[in-house]
Design a protein around this ligand. Structure first.
Ligand code: SF4
Length: 456
């Protein structure tokens, strides 16, 4: 049986796409290996959100190539956002590369790789000299309906949670972002297909699903009608909410545009919807939001957050903030700090602005130096961490409902899970008995970002 090794860089959407690809190899008779040295096919699912992510993938594939001469039959491939945006040029950079597949062709990866590998293994039998390089495939074309091909999962023992891809692409065009070029226009899966997938997951014991999309609250806006004053996304949430066996739902990432009253109300009407939302703010300055081409005002963002907290008082809100965007003044930065203090986020990912090629922001005047970006990054992180630690300390001494996900990644002798607010909790117990179950945990202490407790 041939072996396949898949390495994934980047976001949850990449993880989900990789899982679909691995599933196709397993169905094709391959076994999955975590050890690239024994793999017959090696695939890297790439990310383009920052240049650093691309350099990491290029570096890794370069290193793998160095080992190629010992195992010349191995097939090497790139998938994902960098493959989509760079395409053919990657073969010149990495001569041992065989396959480059874009973000609308994950469902073709197996066929491309398997064909090359079988050819190579057959020709090696006949004439070892022919076992070497030759065939390369680059497929970065768009494909109608490709969003509907990310639907199968790899069955896992006592699996508690699963990602469900509901759409691909984004029409927004924020000036710093490469996603619309790498993931294409918004394309949503039919509600019925998403619900079928969730039913299968629930039948397999999954208790919590996270609905994935670059801009989930705009799901289906060009494809499906509003019904009863509800957006297609809220209709989807309600349909998934009715799936028996599912006890928790999450979604990521929403955008303030199109974030209407029906979605806010959903946090009051759908108890399975977890008390956490990751809601990217990016900046607290209206001037910078305009330069980012994010067509809303900070007041609107604040209003949505406060409306949601009114219907779900225990709601945790986390966010993304970019510091050092071209032209950002100290005053703009202070505006971001002020919103963080006002909304008391439960946590935030703070990013120093980094140029992405072929994005409008990369050509803007007023590019800031790294020292300024780093200094603002540190100042904002201090505030964000202070708030996050205080929020976690406030949970010590309470009992939290936790979905046990299994052994902790940092300490396999202990178990881990998340509260509805997406706080990580570590506790003792037998995985056979607790993994995949919702348990009450008395929180006894925190390190600031992780909670520790005892199962009741
Ligand atoms: S909404 Fe998100 S994914 Fe879409 S362009 Fe803006 S930052 Fe990128």
């Amino acid at each position: 049986m041939p072996k396949v090794h898949v390495r994934t860089y980047g976001c949850q959407m990449n993880e989900r796409d990789s899982e679909q690809v691995v599933r196709m190899f397993v169905e094709g008779g391959y076994t999955v290996t975590a050890d690239e040295r024994e793999a017959d096919a090696i695939l890297i699912n790439t990310c383009s959100v920052r240049d650093q992510a691309e350099q990491k993938a290029l570096g890794k594939m370069g290193m793998l190539g160095a080992k190629q001469r010992w195992r010349p039959h191995v097939v090497y491939g790139f998938m994902g956002c960098m493959a989509q945006s760079r395409g053919e040029e990657l073969f010149a950079k990495l001569p041992h590369l065989d396959v480059v597949v874009g973000t609308q062709k994950y469902h073709r990866v197996f066929e491309y790789v398997d064909t090359i590998l079988r050819q190579r293994l057959e020709s090696r039998m006949d004439n070892p000299a022919l076992a070497l390089k030759g065939t390369t495939v680059c497929d970065v074309a768009e494909e109608e309906g490709s969003q509907n091909t990310i639907r199968d999962h790899l069955p896992k023992v006592r699996q508690a949670t699963a990602f469900v891809s509901i759409m691909q692409g984004c029409n927004m065009r924020c000036t710093f972002c490469i996603v619309p070029d790498t993931r294409g226009r918004e394309r949503s899966r039919p509600i019925s297909e998403v619900v079928d997938e969730v039913r299968q997951l629930a039948a397999g014991g999954v208790k919590e699903v996270t609905l994935l999309g670059q801009i989930v609250n705009l799901y289906g806006r060009t494809e499906f009608p509003r019904v009863g004053g509800k957006s297609p996304f809220v209709q989807l949430l309600e349909a998934v909410h009715e799936v028996e066996g599912i006890e928790r739902m999450r979604f990521t990432s929403p955008h303030p545009i199109g974030y209407r009253e029906d979605l806010v109300r959903a946090f009051g009407e759908l108890p399975k919807l977890c008390s956490h939302i990751h809601f990217p703010m990016q900046s607290g300055s209206d001037r910078i939001l305009q330069a980012m081409r994010r067509p809303y005002k900070t007041a609107k963002f604040i209003e949505i957050c406060e409306q949601m907290r009114a219907v779900r008082p225990d709601l945790a809100i986390t966010t993304d903030i970019i510091v050092g965007f071209p032209g950002e003044t100290e005053e703009d930065f202070q505006a971001s700090m002020a919103v963080v203090e006002r909304l008391q986020f439960d946590n935030a990912f703070v990013f120093r602005y980094s140029k992405r090629r072929e994005t409008p922001a990369a050509e803007m005047d007023g590019q800031l130096g790294e020292p300024v970006k780093e200094e603002r990054n540190q100042r904002l992180l201090e505030v964000v961490n202070r708030l996050a630690i205080a929020k976690n300390q406030a949970v010590v001494g309470t009992v939290q409902r936790v979905l046990c996900e299994g052994p902790s990644k940092t300490n396999a002798a202990r178990l881990t899970g998340r509260t509805s607010q997406n706080r990580i909790v570590v506790f003792d117990g037998e995985p056979e008995r607790l993994a995949g179950r919702l348990v009450d945990v008395a929180i006894t202490e925190t390190t600031g970002f992780t909670l520790y407790g005892t199962v009741l």
